[in-house]
Ligand binder design. Structure first.
Ligand code: ZN
Length: 334
């Protein structure tokens, strides 16, 4: 009789979608299920929403064959996490504060559970099995509704003393700039994220700027992808706003590269799939800005694992716990 095949369960809880899957030791996703994250939005519904993720996770677990066994569960969350306590400190888009998610899942599934920030999980996935394979020092940027970053330094995730390292979306690029969800002004993600591109397009149209996109669509129905489609069809306003987003992110990437000096910067997330209009110009602009002697050395490259990066990385968080960075004890409970 052969030994049970070890399998790792990853849960990537996003602001709108949750991706749950079984991953083998080589990083291959064996089964997965995607669902809507929040049935109801608001802090009072946190418990109910977590219960629904537990039910979906049970369905994925039920697909295990007799010779497969779950070794651990890893959960990626869009917010600040206390890894030592397995607690979500603050996830603004989910309205979660101080949720002891590790203990909740461990009591239901009876296996070890590790909780990390989704962007850090994505970086770990790309480091192990994606564009960061074989490297030691990487920054993995997730560009989607917001913009986040996971840092791997000397083969270990770097979380910062309070677990907040990598908040590149909230680095300031405009003095007294646009307001951000974080409560501050001028943050990079309000100029460069998918949400920012859509919002800035709407503001420009409302201010009277012309666009061909609205010949077939209503302004309030537009999505970020309509703006990209418009830019592809040579709409000048869409091209200008995407070009401006690229400029802002390239400034933040330049600062990150000059500060940390990584081997590679990996570009991930939904907007990271927009190669011709966003990723390629971003790579060119960043090479044109970084400290000149780094230009021929550093690799700035698209991610390889696509939308599964945080799921795969999260699944391996417990297995790789000794590499999960400094044991910062800064307690951010709020
Ligand atoms: Zn901010």
């Amino acid at each position: 009789m052969s030994l049970a095949e070890e399998t790792y369960l990853g849960i990537d809880i996003g602001g709108t979608k949750t991706n749950i899957g079984l991953v083998d030791a080589k990083g291959t996703v064996l089964t997965q299920k995607k669902t809507a994250t929040s049935i109801k939005s608001g802090p009072q519904w946190a418990e109910e929403n977590i219960q629904s993720i537990i039910e979906d996770t049970k369905e994925v677990v039920a697909t295990l064959s007799d010779n497969q066994q779950i070794r651990s569960i890893g959960i990626g969350v869009p917010g600040t996490v206390n890894w030592d306590l397995g607690k979500v400190v603050f996830a603004p888009n989910l309205h979660w504060r101080n949720i002891p998610i590790r203990d909740i899942f461990a009591s239901v599934f009876g296996v070890p559970v590790f909780v990390g920030q989704d962007t850090q999980a994505a970086a770990w996935g790309e480091f192990l099995y994606g564009a960061g394979q074989g490297l030691q020092d990487i920054a993995c940027i997730t560009i989607g509704t917001g913009i986040g970053c996971g840092l791997v330094i000397s083969g270990h995730l770097y979380r910062g003393h309070f677990g907040t390292a990598g908040e590149i979306g909230h680095t300031v690029v405009e003095k007294e700039g646009l307001p951000c969800n974080c409560g501050r002004n001028g943050c990079m993600e309000v100029y460069a994220s998918g949400t920012a591109i859509l919002n800035r397009f709407k503001v420009a149209v409302e201010a009277g700027q012309k666009t061909s996109i609205l010949e077939h669509r209503q302004l309030d129905e537009l999505t970020t992808f309509d703006i990209f489609a418009g830019a592809e069809a040579h709409d000048l306003l869409a091209q200008e706003i995407i070009g401006s987003a690229v400029e802002y992110l390239s400034m933040a990437l330049t600062n990150l590269i000059n500060l940390f000096g990584p081997e590679a910067v990996i570009l991930s997330g939904g907007i990271g799939e927009q190669r011709a209009l966003y990723v390629e110009p971003l790579i060119q602009r960043t090479y044109a800005r970084i400290y000149s002697i780094l230009v021929d050395k550093i690799k700035i490259t698209p991610a390889k694992l696509g939308a599964n990066a945080p799921l795969i990385g999260a699944a391996m968080l417990f297995r790789d716990a000794p590499h999960q960075g400094n044991k910062g004890k800064g307690d951010l409970s709020c």
